[in-house]
Write a protein that binds this ligand. Structure first.
Ligand code: P6P
Length: 334
């Protein structure tokens, strides 16, 4: 079968043409993010050579050591959003609060909000393990001017687009704007993201589970029972499953999207709300997972239905193959 030779830009424009009322601003915004991620990819791939690996000596709002590449990625993405003219505010995992954006260009309505985790999995940077950028786009609620906290704290089901870029053996961008999930591989020789996965669908059932079993003793009995179930012998239900855990959400999610799998970061007796953040990790990946025929909940509730109360709110996350997530929920309720 001849594969389409389609750039990300062309794909976005094709999608836009399906909506006659579209002004092209969302297309511009998504392309601005893709350009920023190409720049980040350059630095991620050069980090070992130009000594920006290592700590800045500062800590972010999560009280985590900030790596130089984190800071760089955050600056690139925030600058791209500020200069792009299509967002009225951006919310970053690296920033305490949202960054309101004054109207740079009067001819744009600055009608979107963007949340992003500029460099997820950054603790893996100097081990040369895949890391990633996650983004999530909403329409603003306020009428005009710089964005407000109400613009930024919307339910995940209001997202108009979401995606991630995984910086690994190759740089791959995966996104959805509500019409399927599509993946693009960066060809560094031409500097373009080229279509490599069209209409991605996550297998309904898998044989892979991803969880940090170092937390086993802190998990609820239901969670422990589920992991024990996955590790026990039963040919009929293709158990035991394989355990795959990179410790970089984007890398684990991307593998499970391609091969099937369930990723779990549950609450535990130390982290009562789990570790991962609702607005710039769980919501964007949940939008993608559902568009790809998968499922994403906090163990009970659909991630996209969770009412946000804070920009850095954490939630337990069960995401991936639909049947596996449903089964996990049964054990958790048990
Ligand atoms: P743990 C990386 O720090 C991250 O936020 C996610 O990318 C990853 O899935 C998770 O934390 C790993 O957490 O506690 O297993 O090291």
């Amino acid at each position: 079968m001849i594969k389409k030779f389609e750039t990300f830009y062309r794909h976005i424009i094709e999608q836009e043409r399906k909506f006659p009322e579209a002004t092209g601003q969302l297309s511009d915004l998504i392309n601005d993010i893709a350009l920023a991620c190409k720049v980040v990819s350059l630095e991620v791939n050069r980090a070992g050579l130009i000594d920006i690996i290592g700590f800045t000596g500062t800590k972010n709002v999560q009280d985590e050591e900030v790596k130089k590449l984190d800071v760089y990625a955050n600056e690139i993405l925030t600058h791209a959003m500020r200069m792009g003219g299509h967002t009225c505010a951006v919310c970053s995992e690296e920033e305490e609060s949202f960054v309101p954006i004054d109207e740079v260009y009067t001819d744009y309505s600055h009608k979107y909000i963007c949340h992003f985790d500029p460099l997820d999995g950054s603790s893996n940077i100097d081990a040369n393990i895949s890391i990633g950028t996650i983004f999530s786009i909403y329409r603003r609620i306020s009428a005009r001017g710089p964005g407000t906290i109400e613009d930024c704290l919307q339910h995940g089901y209001n997202q108009v687009a979401a995606g991630y870029v995984v910086y690994g053996s190759s740089t791959i961008l995966v996104y959805t704007a509500g019409s399927g999930v599509h993946g693009f591989t960066l060809d560094p020789s031409v500097g373009e993201f080229l279509l490599s996965y069209e209409n991605m669908q996550i297998p309904k059932k898998s044989k892979i589970y991803s969880a940090n079993e170092g937390n086993y003793v802190k998990w609820s009995k239901g969670m422990q029972n589920y992991i024990d179930y996955l590790k026990s012998d039963d040919i009929k239900t293709e158990r035991p499953y394989s355990s795959r855990y990179v410790g970089s959400l984007v890398a684990d999610f991307h593998r499970n999207l391609l091969y099937g799998g369930i990723f779990m970061y549950p609450a535990d007796r130390k982290n009562k709300s789990g570790k991962l953040r609702l607005m710039y990790e769980a919501n964007p990946l949940a939008f993608i997972a559902e568009e790809a025929g998968g499922r994403a909940t906090d163990g009970k509730q659909r991630i996209l239905d969770i009412t946000p109360v804070g920009l850095h709110q954490r939630v337990p996350l069960f995401i991936g193959s639909e049947e596996d997530v449903i089964n996990a929920e049964k054990f958790l309720a048990g």
